[in-house]
Design a protein around this ligand. Sequence first.
Ligand SMILES: C[S@@+](CC[C@H](N)C(=O)[O-])C[C@H]1O[C@@H](n2cnc3c(N)ncnc32)[C@H](O)[C@@H]1O
Length: 294
Amino acid sequence: MHTTVRLLLMCFMLAAAGAAQAQERFSPYVPSDQENVERMLKLAGLRDDDIVVDLGSGDGRIVFTAARMNRKLRGFGVDVDEKLVREANAAARTRGVADRVQFFHRNAYDVDLREATVIAMWLWPEFQRMLRPVILAQARPGTRIITNLWDLGDAWPPDAEDFDGPRVLMWIVPARVEGYWNWELTINERRISYAAIKEQRFQKLEGVARAGNRRELLHDMKLRGEDISFSLALTLDGVGFVRHAFRGKVRGDRIEGTVSVTLPPDHDKPLELPWRATRSATSAYFDPTGTNIQ
Ligand SMILES: C[S@@+](CC[C@H](N)C(=O)[O-])C[C@H]1O[C@@H](n2cnc3c(N)ncnc32)[C@H](O)[C@@H]1O
């Protein structure tokens, strides 16, 4: 069935169901176009160790297609329609993939998403939006979310989109990095303390940092799953004007990585130093500065 026809069918079924029911359980069963399923899964970039979860799995085609595209990954689907779940499990046995692919009669809100690495959905837009906080509360940083046609709300832009046909979209669950971060570096035999503040809206970051009595903005901030990078250029007491390029992995309240430090006058020969930051409840960023900021 053509995608436009599927969409019209879905709209008609929603109207027939009425608004109250729409809040509770609706999306109706309309299978995704097989071509779109493959485009969604290509956008996710399947890996051997993936666990692909379809929230509202219908006849199971998203998980079955993933299992065909990568013969090592595992996956499961959930659906409120018990008959569809029974048929999908029977199809898994017929296809010889029941050891890697299962289906459960379960509400999408009740699924434990902590093991998922790819979460697929084609649900009514409000329904996907209402699942957003559930996914963000449970799924690990780096988990890819793929959808067909509809997004996850205006505030969270997708990390990748494929417009080569009806729109398919992908998001990467970002690590939580908001808060106060501290670290130390030894540069030219001087121990320097840094106090940074990171502000976050999904994958978008802004930040500021202080070293000694000087403050600066963090620039080029990027967050992809647990991978974070940013730059900082400021004058350090007893060292001079220094450019830093930080990159690391966020693990809870710690970041581990490296920083490339470019010192004057040797600007083309940066130092590579280990970088370990910890998140804390308070920040020296707010300490009184005094007037000695030349
Ligand atoms: C549009 S179909 C998508 C089916 C499949 N994911 C695909 O892309 O072909 C939506 C499916 O979600 C199921 N569904 C609706 N509300 C649900 C809920 N609260 N929890 C789990 N499944 C639900 C419906 O029964 C239906 O099978």
